[in-house]
Design a protein around this ligand. Sequence first.
Ligand code: NAG
Ligand code: NAG
Ligand code: NAG
Length: 396
Amino acid sequence: MKMVQPLTSLLLTLPLFIIFHQSTLAIATTYNVVSLGAKGDGKSDSTKPFLSAWALACSSAMPASIYVPRGRYLLGKTEFGGENCKNKAITIRIDGTLVSPADYRVLGNTGNWIVFRGVSGVSIYGGTLDGRGQGLWACKASGKSCPIGATTLQFSNSNNVFISGLTSLNSQMFHVVIYNCNNVNVQGAKILASGNSPNTDGIHVASSSGVTIMNSRIGTGDDCVSIGSGTTNLWIENVACGPGHGISIGSLGQNLQEDGVQNVTVKTVTFTGTQNGVRIKTWAKPSNGFVRDVLFQHATMVNVQNPIIIDQNYCPDNKNCPNQVSGVKISGVTYQDIHGSSATQVAVKFNCSKKYPCSKIILEDVNLTYNNQPAQSTCSNAGGSASGLVKPSSCL
Ligand SMILES: *[C@@H]1O[C@H](CO)[C@@H](O)[C@H](O)[C@H]1NC(C)=O
Ligand SMILES: *[C@@H]1O[C@H](CO)[C@@H](O)[C@H](O)[C@H]1NC(C)=O
Ligand SMILES: *[C@@H]1O[C@H](CO)[C@@H](O)[C@H](O)[C@H]1NC(C)=O
């Protein structure tokens, strides 16, 4: 008995050891888009070679990588789908720039430029995405009728996504959208568009859980980060925001049936010259949506128009908002160590729903000034408490 035991265990572990050893030694196959026909001349359409690289990487059950060398690669609408993808570890390393079609009418109303749909285990390292949105922005500014324009990069219905060191320039519409995803990590992103470019949100997160955005710089014509319904367990840390509309939860409550937003942390963010700092915004109409458990911590405001704001009266052109009261229930929002300068007299504004007042709003160590003078705070239908130094003094 004593002899047999080690022998059987050796026989059992030997083949297992070999299999394990082979898989750890396997070097990820790399598919270079240029070898597959892509041209980095900024003019030749490289959509097909990129899709070929994706199909090859997907067909392998072993980790695989796609490499994009230096150069400018023109891509039309490109969708990387997960439906035939066996591979759960695809790395895309980009040393070059991907450019969208020069004429914005090519993407037109298709909604997206580069999309990953239903993928799992995709990592993107580096790369610049140039949405060339200037033509569309000018069209929109002229008042002519123009297409809506495309989101530059979207992940939908996807899991375990890692994006590191990505640059996104001049998107036609939103730069990055994360929709219906789980466990998405965005690190070291640089997202830039002109401060007056329309609807060029930096990162939009909705219906997703476990999204992390860290160490990034975002300056656009709309929200640096916008947080839509159904977002839970979101973490944003160490972001420089501006120009833009700030970091916004909302707009929420446009629909009667809507998933809530829960457990959002926004910490160590600097807002420079933005329209808002930390904002929660809801439509003034019936909805079963909610916002719960939000922490805004360690924010620096530099000349921000509305450093701290909850606005539940959103109703553009006063249209389609029967009785003008928001159904979205906001509770458990903490503002901790928020300091700096407001560009307007009212630095703290809580304008909550008459029917469902905001509750458990907590202000702790807030110091906001206006023209080196004390700023003001205004409250409607907001309850909660203040502690530590709070300037302007709390109206809760
Ligand atoms: C809140 O979200 C964070 C990630 O952002 C997560 O680590 C934490 O466990 C979540 N808390 C709860 C109570 O779910
Ligand atoms: C509040 O901020 C102002 C302007 O930055 C600063 O002069 C003042 O010392 C701060 N107050 C406290 C108590 O930290
Ligand atoms: C709240 O919003 C309503 C509607 O826009 C406005 O009339 C009111 O003055 C606002 N209250 C505060 C305290 O800002």
